[in-house]
Design a protein around this ligand. Structure first.
Ligand code: C5P
Length: 245
């Protein structure tokens, strides 16, 4: 259960997804959310504006979760991880389906580069089965397992390969907590405050439920970033967590 003393810590577990089109919009969000510690930069913004966006978030003194879901040959992924570390990201994602060697080389590259730069090793997180895929979609790609079994298999492989955590749906938290190491960091999108619309998210959970089930970080985007006042929406979210304690 969440305890009152942990409230500041809980606020710091909220990651805001900076899913906006350009630098101007990103700046607006950063300026309206001074209490948010971590921002997620994903494919859309990164492709639009490049690594400048990482530096922009850092220039506001915030941390970066770089969510590019890397998946390529080991040498290429290791190179991308080195580059990300030179930009001092705090968290980054890789597809566990890229395989053991890809993940091991990524971890090795991260350790070396962080040491060289004298910075803290970022959290390397594995992405298992995309929540947009149904069992039928997986079968079409040759994966015959039922999706929960595949999530567990890939999560286990990610940890064995040296990754520190997993990005998963809130519905998978209990399975991963039960079956895998207690030290594993769990990051969950698909979070909706009780007052927010589900939008296209199907298997949602409230922030308090996800934390109680054992999520370490909650990724929340549109309910905050597309609110008329992101600052008010963030305050409301924190209040909701407070009330749940
Ligand atoms: O706006 P919303 O709160 O739905 O944003 C959730 C964020 O988490 C988005 O950046 C989305 O890409 C990401 N995400 C997700 N579901 C996953 C993995 C990532 O919604 N399974």
């Amino acid at each position: 259960m969440i305890k009152k003393a942990d409230l500041k810590e809980i606020r710091e577990k909220i990651i805001i997804a900076l899913d906006v089109k350009n630098r101007v919009e990103a700046k607006n969000i950063l300026e309206s959310l001074p209490e948010t510690r971590i921002f997620k930069v994903g494919l859309e913004l990164f492709t639009a504006e490049g690594p400048d966006m990482i530096d922009l978030v850092r220039s506001y003194g915030r941390q970066i979760f770089l969510d590019l879901k890397l998946h390529d040959i080991p040498n290429t992924v290791a190179g991308a991880v080195r580059a990300a570390i030179r930009h001092e990201v705090s968290m980054l994602t890789l597809h566990a389906s890229g395989g053991r060697e890809m993940m091991m080389r990524a971890v090795e590259a991260a350790r070396e580069e962080a040491e060289k730069a004298g910075i803290k090793l970022p959290l390397l997180l594995g992405v298992t089965v995309l929540t947009s895929l149904k069992d039928k979609d997986m079968e079409e790609t040759g994966v015959k397992s039922e999706s929960r079994a595949q999530v567990l298999r890939l999560a286990r492989l990610a940890l064995e390969s040296g990754l520190m955590g997993i990005v998963c749906s809130p519905q998978e938290i209990e399975l991963l907590r039960r079956e895998l190491s207690a030290n594993l960091k769990i990051v969950t999108p698909g979070i909706r405050p009780v007052w927010a619309e589900a939008q296209d998210q199907k298997r949602i959970m409230t922030p308090a439920e996800a934390l109680n089930k054992g999520s370490d970080y909650l990724v929340i985007g549109r309910p905050i970033t597309q609110a008329a006042s992101p600052a008010e929406a963030f305050a409301r979210l924190v209040k909701e967590l407070e009330a749940a304690i």
